[in-house]
Design a protein around this ligand. Sequence first.
Ligand code: FES
Length: 98
Amino acid sequence: MRAVPLSDLPEEEAIHLELSGVPICLARSDGVVHALLDECSHGQVALSDGEVTGGVVECWLHGSCFDLVTGVPTGPPAMVPVPVYPIRVVADIVEVAI
Ligand code: FES
């Protein structure tokens, strides 16, 4: 599913998208784009409002970081992974498979 032009996603930032009713956190880190469910597994707040750095996104509310590749939290209080979705870039457009 077409999401956004790659140029709309700055390095080390995340944006919120709604694709087919699914909230998506689209994040770019170290030059790689990742798509996760845009909902922290701890407190149901948007991960796209958090900080992206070094391959993780940090939840702004309690500070759990989620690996952008696996969706696994790297520390408490979150314990449950968030779903991740495959992406590809075609002709500079980011596409997300949901
Ligand atoms: S709401 Fe995200 S870590 Fe608590």
